[in-house]
Design a protein. Structure first.
Length: 152
């Protein structure tokens, strides 16, 4: 374990014990800022230079070199998000996307690679996808900026 990983783990532990975080905010070296809903019982780990966050509703995998900084936030109070600040909330009932690129596609795939649906982000940059008709399982949600796994 290198110094950066050790320091990061200490900071994460301190954050977890001081607030009940609902969102992980990742600021990438490209300038993109993404809000991830943590669901319940998130687990943060590092493996093979990958930054991994797993919860009961989503999995995030990013290369450590792509992560400029990250932090936990109790609630999403940033009302002036730029369009590079993608907000993704995944739950067992659905996916909510805010500040996406209007007109861009969001695709949902099964783990076997079958496209289960293609959706278009609205002119306001938001999209809500209901997963009520989907069977239980793991799905991949792909946007133009991010790809995450969700569990229904």
């Amino acid at each position: 374990m290198n110094t950066k990983q050790f320091f990061t783990i200490i900071m994460l532990l301190a954050s977890v014990f001081t607030i009940h975080a609902e969102y992980l905010v990742v600021e990438e070296t490209t300038g993109n800022k993404t809000y991830y809903d943590l669901g319940s019982k998130p687990v943060v780990s590092f493996k093979d230079n990958q930054f991994l966050v797993k919860s009961d509703v989503a999995t995030l995998e990013l290369g450590l070199a792509d992560v400029g900084k990250y932090y936990f936030q109790a609630e999403s109070t940033d009302l002036n998000l730029s369009f590079s600040s993608l907000f993704i909330r995944a739950s067992k009932k659905g996916v909510i996307i805010k500040n996406g690129q209007p007109g861009s596609l969001v695709e949902i795939y099964s783990l076997t690679g079958v496209n289960k649906g293609t959706f278009v982000i609205g002119n306001d940059g938001s999209l809500e996808i209901s997963l009520d008709s989907y069977s239980s399982g793991v799905y991949v949600v792909k946007t133009t900026l991010k790809t995450i796994k969700i569990i229904k």
